[in-house]
Design a binder for this molecule. Structure first.
Ligand SMILES: Nc1ncnc2c1ncn2[C@@H]1O[C@H](COP(=O)(O)OP(=O)(O)OP(=O)(O)O)[C@@H](O)[C@H]1O
Length: 592
């Protein structure tokens, strides 16, 4: 999609609002034509050159009337602009978010969360800005056309002699703004390096002292400071030069008019009113050139924003960004397509009777490792453990099954119906998942477990019991209301794992998937955890990744992975009799 097509699609999101906005802003830009003509009339009346006589007070009343009309138009213009531009921002952010949330977890965004947030904020803002300024560019061009017509009719020679050099000066200065932007970007970057260095120094005071690296750190800081000084001076100097060109261009223009108009006025070919009109329009023509340049800058920035936004959607067509859909959140805001997807998913929500996976394959693009041709079958209420040596593909298997990694091949069949998009299918209601490294937030323990789930005291109590958390809650300073710090730093590794388990268990699901849930637990707690899970899971089906004997001992069925493939499967007894890999895992656990 070209930048122009993108701009068109964005503005046509709500065509009616766009055109209303365009009409109002064109009127705002055309409005100064009237006071210009009234001012001309005023001076011509004073000098007796006017054929029409409104009287001085009449003209003053007209001027005040024109000013109030413009104020009213500007007031309406801000309303129409806000109504239009914020919708564009919301539409882009909604479509981006929707697309990202539909991606498999590990591939949702191709950059750091911080960078993604800056794309959401800055790139969307820049697109919004360009769309909004397209209206101004149109209005200003209308003003330039009408005012040029009036001025040329008064005096072609004067118009060309005064405005052409001015257009050249302001256009040249406007073009130099791209240089200014380069300097500005450099100064921002150097400032962020300085602040980054300060924050690094503060957070690593001890490490710096222990390594005796004070001087080197200060040298580095001085270097960043010096770089910042240079880029800042360039930025400021360029900014001031451009400002002075823009603010003085009207004065230069007025001087030119005075120089040229003098003898024409003496000859009677140019009235005082004409002079006033030229000077009055001069301001707006200069503004027109500056603002048109601004629009071109925003347009260029939008082209960069478009390429950044498309990189964020990772190869999906750019029309994903401008797809027309309602901005409302919740069910009311869903498009027909989304409703259909939801209905299709619900049709498959019936209790899990059997889940069949065959040929499941996923290779990490950078290492080429992963899983290949995995086959498994889970029956309702079964307790299946996936085991294997380190790096054998256990985590990759469950993540690919749940759609957190995009499968390269294979089929997943839920109750006999193929699952087309596992990432949107395997969500609470159907499945719940605890990752190897639990993700916790700086909030209370209760909120970390519920994460917005409707609070049902009974279900919460049951989940806490199954996750063996009652002892911990009794011993935390504020029980469930204890704030657990950023990423849950105030909890031990085992507590964090069980908090994640409770979070999973509080949600009713047909299929529970645990990835190495008990790696940080002591033997006694682990024993309790598996026993409780095993007995309290009701009819739910469990898929557990573990190499621990306590988990393996509960399994109805065990799948042994090796080098990304299923090496063998069976019960504990069968595998102990036939599989060397399994024997090593089983007896190795005893030794550890
Ligand atoms: N993000 C990644 N990028 C590239 N390769 C990866 C990535 N994650 C895992 N792998 C590779 O894929 C293979 C399977 O890894 P996986 O994490 O599934 O193994 P695992 O059996 O769960 O190991 P562990 O018991 O240590 O959790 C390994 O060879 C690993 O090096």
């Amino acid at each position: 999609m070209t930048t122009f097509q993108f701009l068109w699609q964005v503005t046509m999101y709500r065509p009616f609002r766009y055109w209303i906005n365009a009409v109002v802003w064109t009127l705002i830009y055309l409005a100064p034509i009237a006071p210009g003509l009234i001012t001309k009339q005023f001076f011509d009346t004073l000098s007796g050159d006017s054929a029409v006589h409104y009287g001085v007070w009449g003209i003053i009343a007209l001027l005040i009337g024109a000013a109030f009309a413009r104020i009213a138009l500007i007031y309406i213009g801000f309303i129409t602009d806000i109504q239009f531009r914020f919708r564009i921002g919301m539409m882009l952010r909604r479509n981006l978010l929707r697309h990202i949330l539909k991606q498999p977890g590990a591939r949702a965004i191709p950059c750091s969360p911080g960078e993604a947030i800056s794309h959401f904020r800055d790139d969307v803002d820049q697109t919004e800005e360009a769309a909004s300024w397209s209206v101004d560019a149109f209005g200003m061009t209308c003003f330039a056309a009408v005012s040029s017509y009036i001025l040329i009719k008064i005096d072609v020679q004067m118009t060309l002699l005064v405005f052409l050099p001015l257009v050249v000066v302001v256009t040249a200065a406007q073009m130099a703004t791209s240089k200014l932007q380069k300097y500005r970007a450099a100064s921002r970057e150097s400032t962020s390096r300085v602040t980054g260095a300060i924050s690094e120094m503060f957070s690593n005071v001890q490490a710096i002292q222990v390594a005796g690296a004070e001087e080197r750190v200060i040298e580095r800081f001085k270097h960043f400071n010096e770089e910042r000084r240079r880029t800042m001076i360039k930025d400021r100097l360029m900014g001031e030069v451009l400002d002075s060109v823009f603010s003085n261009s009207v004065n230069i223009g007025t001087g030119l008019i005075l120089l040229l108009a003098g003898h024409k006025m003496r000859a009677g070919a140019f009235s005082v009113g004409d002079f006033a009109l030229f000077v009055y329009y001069l301001t707006f023509v200069t503004q027109f050139i500056t603002n048109f340049g601004k629009f071109l800058t925003y347009f260029k920035q939008m082209s960069v924003a478009l390429s950044r936004l498309t990189s964020l959607i990772q190869g999906a067509p750019a029309r994903v960004l401008t797809k027309k859909s309602s901005l409302q959140l919740g069910t009311g805001g869903r498009s027909a397509e989304e409703e259909a997807e939801e209905a299709d998913r619900n049709a498959q929500t019936a209790p899990l009777h059997q889940l069949d996976v065959s040929g499941l394959t996923y290779r990490f693009p950078d290492t080429g490792r992963g899983i290949a041709d995995v086959r498994l079958s889970l029956k309702r209420g079964s307790f299946t453990v996936v085991t294997g040596t380190v790096g054998s593909g256990k985590t990759t298997l469950v993540r690919t099954l749940l759609g957190l990694l995009p499968k390269d091949g294979g089929t997943i069949v839920w109750n006999g119906k193929p699952v087309d998009d596992p990432s949107t299918f395997f969500v609470p209601g159907k499945s719940a998942y605890t990752a190897q490294v639990p993700r916790l937030y700086s909030d209370t323990l209760r909120n970390n477990i519920l994460l917005g789930h409707p609070s049902d005291a009974g279900a919460l109590k049951q989940a806490l019991h199954a996750a063996v958390m009652e002892y911990d809650i009794d011993h935390l300073s504020n029980g469930l209301e204890t704030v657990i710090g950023p990423r849950g730093v105030k909890l031990s590794g085992g507590q964090a794992q069980r908090t994640a388990a409770a979070r999973m268990l509080v949600r009713d699901a047909e299929l529970y998937v645990f990835d190495d849930l008990s790696s940080a637990l002591d033997v006694e707690t682990e024993q309790k955890l598996w026993e409780r899970l095993f007995h309290e899971r009701g009819e739910a089906t469990c898929l557990v990744v573990s190499h621990r004997r306590t988990a393996l001992a509960h399994a109805d069925h065990i799948i042994v992975m090796k080098d990304g493939r299923v090496e063998t499967e069976g019960s504990v007894e069968e595998l102990l009799a036939t599989s060397t890999t399994f024997q090593e895992l089983w007896y190795g656990d005893e030794r550890s």
